[in-house]
Design a protein around this ligand. Structure first.
Ligand SMILES: Cc1ncc(COP(=O)(O)O)c(C=O)c1O
Length: 379
């Protein structure tokens, strides 16, 4: 079991405020505060507009058609997705401009699905290898128009992405395979190492896509899209020649983003409502948000602070078993059985995937229930 450093909560956690929960919630359930959601969408759109770049939000955070509609209505240009399954869900609901921002191995069933999707929406796919480009080319062979690709570069996150000196070879392979290279992309995941890492990671993103675009243009490719961005890096001004940012988490925010300083403590829009089910064992409270209702993400920048925060108790979610969450109180009380508490995820994206729907609240009143349409579409 994870041990949580004892002692008081430190500054950013103390200030995290939960929206009012309505009475009678059937817990554990996902609650979204609409005022906060709308504010987060408007703020990121304004930030992209100020920088003069397109906003293509990553839909992995919300997986919801209704939330995507709010983002698109606010000015977003298309969506970013992580899987073909997510892309299919949004395409079925009329989102016609989708970027699959990961290198995909396009064989068998996936090849068929790519071709089918490509025929009905504007689909772009990331590639970071010659072999990947060739497989994607085979998948899209026979299509009525070339499939568009962006060459992915590693800018320091060391997850996916080619080296700069490989970019031209990958674009040439894509060309030979019948694909059209329209841009370059990168993801500065190393921004999540801590507050002080955000500005350098953002600079790494800009540097890598600028250089890659120069190299590809010198080799004769028409590069129109330079795509970067996480929530921390896209929350800051993004300079030219970047043309597009792809933040996702900003739509709901979470404890990790508060920790990083990417949002204010009262910006978290997505909460789990959870009920205390037992205080029988001294020193702790048990809530009904266990591993089947929550995620095990620790804060990368502050791993001693458990899995989530219950600011109204106050307490920290220390560990989860299948159906039980262990709450370590951080004040004089551990609550009473039956008490319903708001629980903030450290990292909201994997938590969302546990829920088929989100209860939408405004000023503590339930106003609607929205589907998490692409829940579970992990391939
Ligand atoms: C390729 C890519 N683009 C964009 C994002 C969105 O970043 P964030 O979760 O920081 O908003 C992610 C997140 O994992 C990503 O992997």
């Amino acid at each position: 079991m994870t041990t949580v450093a004892p002692g008081p909560l430190v500054a950013p956690d103390v200030a995290i405020t939960a929206p009012a929960l309505s009475d009678g919630l059937d817990t554990p359930c996902a609650v979204v505060d609409l005022d906060r959601l709308e504010r987060n969408i408007a703020r990121m759109q304004a930030s992209a507009d100020r920088s003069g770049v397109s906003l293509r939000p990553h839909a992995k955070t919300h997986k919801s058609v209704k939330v995507a509609e709010l983002q698109l209505a606010a000015g977003a240009h298309g969506l970013t997705v992580g899987t073909l399954g997510e892309a299919e869900v949004f395409a079925d609901k009329g989102v016609a401009d989708l970027f699959l921002a990961y290198p995909i191995w396009a064989s068998d069933a996936k090849a068929r699905r790519i071709r089918e999707l490509h025929e009905r929406v504007a689909l772009r796919v990331a590639v970071d290898s010659v072999e990947g480009a060739e497989a994607l080319g085979r998948a899209a062979a026979g299509s009525t128009r070339p499939l568009e690709v962006l060459v992915e570069l590693d800018c320091g996150g060391h997850r996916t992405g080619a080296r700069l000196d490989e970019a031209v070879a990958i674009a040439r392979a894509a060309d030979r395979a019948g694909l059209r290279t329209i841009g370059v992309m990168t993801y500065g995941g190393h921004a999540y190492a801590g507050r002080e890492a955000i500005v350098p990671a953002g600079a790494d993103e800009v540097k890598v896509v600028s250089r890659a675009a120069d190299l590809l243009r010198a080799a004769g490719f028409e590069i129109a899209v330079l795509s970067v961005g996480s929530t921390p890096t896209a929350s800051l001004p993004v300079p030219a020649p970047v043309t597009e940012v792809r933040p996702g988490t900003y739509v709901y925010h979470d404890r990790g983003q508060v920790w990083l300083g990417s949002c204010e403590p009262d910006d978290i829009a997505f909460w789990i409502a959870t009920t205390i089910t037992s205080v029988a064992v001294p020193g702790q409270a048990i809530v009904d948000a266990g591993a089947k209702a929550f995620a095990r993400d620790t804060l990368r920048a502050a791993p001693g602070l458990g899995l989530g925060l219950l600011p109204t108790l106050p307490g920290v979610l220390r560990e989860v078993n299948d159906y039980h969450g262990y709450v370590e109180p951080r004040g004089p009380t551990r609550g009473r059985p039956g008490e319903v508490l708001p629980l903030a995820p450290n990292h909201v994206c994997p938590v969302v995937d546990h829920y088929a729907e989100t209860v939408m609240v405004r000023a503590g009143r339930v106003v609607d229930v929205w589907a998490v349409d692409a829940r579970g579409r992990s391939r």
